[in-house]
Design a protein around this ligand. Structure first.
Ligand SMILES: NC(=O)c1ccc[n+]([C@@H]2O[C@H](COP(=O)([O-])OP(=O)(O)OC[C@H]3O[C@@H](n4cnc5c(N)ncnc54)[C@H](OP(=O)(O)O)[C@@H]3O)[C@@H](O)[C@H]2O)c1
Length: 389
């Protein structure tokens, strides 16, 4: 490795970052046992397999791109070859993947020859330009941006919720295709709410989010850390990513505001829920807030049901749901936290309680935390890729 090249993974996740980002429940049980904050489940494995698909990761130097590599490795995703793509700025940088030092290539129109599956996380404009190009070359694109989510005919998939939407797309068909990963807040919300919806049908859902820096990418995480130091040192905070002070503050989500007064993030929750549930009638409203948490989103969700659902039955449905863990210990006042779901696959649900403002058992409040780089982005996309094989 040339001496001036610093491995990308160490740029993004300094030891200090890692300490801030790790937490953990013992997810083997229902709840409150904590494991060491320094424990990480990273496993180095060799998934290289001549019969596996050829894979490309687009945006590999970003927060989601780096997580793609961790998740692919941890889940032993089989691959014949792995291509790492980012912008011209990163071309030539070295990344160690499964013990092998690999060189990042610049994304170009020729990047997809012979690629079976491409995991995209380089922003909407890149997806719009290169996604269809890749599909034309026979690649199946799993896209993390919002570029195609609401397009008719493009499956918008959370594997635990609506896997059937992508039944017709498989690597063996030797045809290109595009599958969209939903917005991270939508994934975390629907992972928790769908098991309840299947039982009692949600009529109306009110979501309030508490969203972490990581949702805005690696640079936003670095800025939160930098601002925190600056404020503690009595210096003015550097505001490059967000327009205002983020450390020791919170503010309305930074996505664009629309004519109806909602921001784009809020409308994604509304529209994507309807598409994923295939239920245009479901009523959804949301308020999305950015909070100075490094990693993992939290959401307070109020539900109104068509059929009654009591607290105990709701907890039971959630305990049985794949990818969900119940953390709901009222006696110990122990409920989900972003820190404790960071670097975890499961979405944690707690504060399960009857909404006293609604009649009978027709309303519930829940509080949900999920690692949005992981289940909200990389893990969900890799689960989709697994189903393509
Ligand atoms: N962060 C999340 O939790 C999350 C969740 C769901 C979805 N997403 C979506 O995933 C995408 C990436 O998010 P992120 O948080 O990972 O952002 P990020 O940390 O800022 O990373 C952006 C990535 O895109 C690459 N890129 C930028 N311009 C490019 C170009 N012209 N050609 C090729 N690659 C280019 C960057 O490469 P360089 O390093 O070379 O610039 C970097 O690898 C966005 O669409 C975002 O909405 C993010």
């Amino acid at each position: 490795m040339a001496s001036h090249v610093r491995p990308v993974s160490t740029q993004l996740y300094s030891a200090n970052h890692s300490r801030l980002l790790r937490g953990g429940y013992d997810f083997s049980g229902t709840a409150s046992v904590k494991c060491s904050p320094h424990q990480k489940r990273r496993v180095i494995s060799m998934s290289h397999n001549e019969h596996g698909p050829s894979v490309a990761v687009v945006g590999v130097t970003g927060a989601v791109g780096q997580e793609f590599l961790s998740v692919l490795s941890e889940r032993n995703f089989p691959y014949r070859s792995m291509k790492l793509l980012a912008s011209k700025r990163s071309a030539g940088k070295h990344i160690t993947f499964e013990g092998e030092e690999m060189v990042v290539e610049e994304l170009t129109e020729n990047s997809f020859h012979g690629i079976d599956i491409a995991l995209f996380s380089a922003g909407g404009s890149i997806s719009k330009k290169f996604g269809p190009l890749a599909v034309d070359q026979g690649t199946i694109v799993v896209d993390n941006s919002s570029a195609f989510r609401m397009d008719e005919g493009i499956p918008l998939v959370i594997p635990e919720v609506n896997l059937n939407a992508m039944d017709h797309i498989k690597v063996n068909n030797k045809k290109g295709g595009l599958i969209a990963n939903p917005n991270c807040s939508t994934i975390i919300c629907l992972m928790a709410v769908t098991p309840l919806h299947r039982h009692s049908r949600v009529k109306r859902m009110v979501v309030s989010t508490y969203q972490a820096a990581s949702g805005a990418g690696a640079a936003a995480m670095a800025e939160l850390e930098q601002q925190t130091r600056e404020v503690l040192d009595g210096k003015p905070p550097t505001c490059n990513i967000f327009k205002r002070q983020y450390a020791f503050n919170l503010f309305s989500h930074n996505s664009s505001l629309m004519e109806n007064g909602y921001n784009e993030e809020e409308m994604k929750l509304v529209k994507e829920t309807r598409k994923i549930w295939n239920d245009p009638a479901v009523k959804v409203t949301a308020t999305c807030i950015r909070v100075p948490v490094m990693r993992a989103h939290a959401e307070s969700i109020n539900l109104e049901f068509e059929e009654p659902l009591d607290e105990d039955s709701a907890r039971e449905l959630l305990r049985k749901a794949a990818g969900v863990v119940v953390v709901d210990d009222r006696q110990a006042n122990n409920f989900p936290t972003p820190l404790e779901v960071s670097n975890r696959d499961d979405v944690a649900v707690g504060r399960v309680r009857r909404d006293i403002s609604q009649e009978g058992n027709k309303g519930l409040d829940i509080f949900v935390c999920g690692d949005q780089i992981r289940k909200g982005a990389a893990l969900n996309a890799v689960q989709i890729a697994e189903k393509l094989l």
